[in-house]
Design a protein around this ligand. Structure first.
Ligand SMILES: Cc1ncc(COP(=O)(O)O)c(C=O)c1O
Length: 346
């Protein structure tokens, strides 16, 4: 494994600070009377604070993913993990990140919130990564490179070789956001966590698992990085309902999840065929996700006309490399048919 000094990347205040110690952190052992956390003693369903370490949920995720519990951080959505990565590694007003465009917007939003420079870089015209090009723009204060595979909004997987190149050469953190990994046939980068000290993999229950409303994002990395994120996280960032529902879904909903994913993948093909027959559709980009990036004749006009018919898609036409493109989420068979019919009547 390549030696890389993770601690040298960490913000000074994070190195210095003491984490918040919750009532349940201070106490170890068994007890029957809890008068330590200023909770309401009456037996409401949610009168107690949730487990700040999400032990049971992490065990279930560890078994599911084959990653040790110490290599897992859970966030209030992946968006929380993204923000916390900034707050661990990036010094406001000084450091920078790279997130080759077009990609998921939250990397840049989180950078802006944290006053971190986003160095301009783009993917290739086929939305792949040019690792050498990205490394040629980084600066000495570049702390994180964000990669999204399958990429949002283009839908394609990023080449393994290019990612390996960046992981091996970059002296900072490489985040691979795998929000859409369950819709691909590809192996997750979680299988390579132990090979790279600087690798962080993000996944979420918001897509394939159908649990966007629960807000559960999963961050995998070697223990050193996970310990740092845990040090600064809000103590009770995953609420009790989310923890119990996620445990339930993962332990007893796997077959249903596989069924939904299979149907979404089949519908993705049907949608591709249906859209491909329409005159206004110029190109449909290959997708390994639950959406299609579609180049049309006049994106804004089609977007607005669909809105008038009560159908909302995502207009990506102002995004680099996505001129006249709409991003269309794969819906149910009926929804997809209605969409195709609505466009054909425009
Ligand atoms: C690439 C990518 N990462 C993360 C997210 C958000 O995930 P979460 O719902 O876990 O915050 C999205 C949502 O669209 C996404 O496209």
């Amino acid at each position: 494994m390549r030696e890389i000094d993770i601690s040298s990347l960490v913000r000074e205040n994070v190195k210095r600070m003491k984490p918040y110690s919750s009532a349940r952190d201070d106490f170890k052992g068994t007890a029957s009377i809890f008068l330590d956390a200023n909770e309401n003693p009456f037996p409401m369903e949610y009168n107690r604070y949730p487990d700040p370490h999400q032990k049971q949920l992490k065990k279930v995720i560890s078994d599911l993913k084959g990653v040790k519990t110490e290599q897992i951080f859970l966030g209030n959505g992946s968006d929380e993990a993204i923000d916390l990565l900034f707050r661990v590694f990036c010094e406001p007003g000084r450091d920078s990140i790279v997130a080759p465009q077009p990609t998921y917007g939250m990397y840049t939003v989180s950078a802006n919130v944290n006053d971190i420079e986003v160095i301009p870089a783009s993917l290739t015209p086929s939305f792949d990564l040019d690792g050498a090009a990205v490394l040629s723009v980084i600066k000495s204060n570049t702390k994180i490179i964000f990669l999204c595979s399958p990429n949002n909004p283009s839908g394609n997987l990023i080449s393994v070789g290019e990612i390996e190149f960046v992981l091996e050469k970059f002296q900072g953190i490489v985040v691979i956001d795998e929000a859409y990994i369950d819709f691909t046939e590809s192996v997750s980068w979680t299988s390579r966590i132990n090979e790279f000290k600087n690798l962080v993999v993000l996944q979420t229950l918001s897509k394939a698992w159908g649990l966007a409303g629960l807000r559960l994002g999963i961050c995998f990395a070697q223990e050193e990085i996970i310990t740092l994120i845990n040090k600064i996280k809000p103590p009770y960032n995953i609420n009790a309902f989310t923890q119990s529902q996620a445990v339930k879904s993962i332990t007893s909903g796997r077959i249903e999840k596989e069924r939904m994913v299979a149907e979404i993948k089949a519908e993705r093909e049907n949608l591709k065929i249906g859209l491909g027959k329409l005159n206004c559709v110029k190109k449909i980009f290959p997708s390994d996700a639950n959406f299609l990036l579609v180049e049309v004749t006049e994106a804004k006009k089609i977007y607005n006309k669909l809105i008038n018919k009560g159908i909302v898609v995502r207009d990506r036409s102002n995004v680099i490399l996505c001129e006249n493109c709409l991003r269309i989420t794969v819906g149910t068979k009926e929804e997809n048919n209605q969409l195709i019919q609505a466009i054909s009547l425009l």
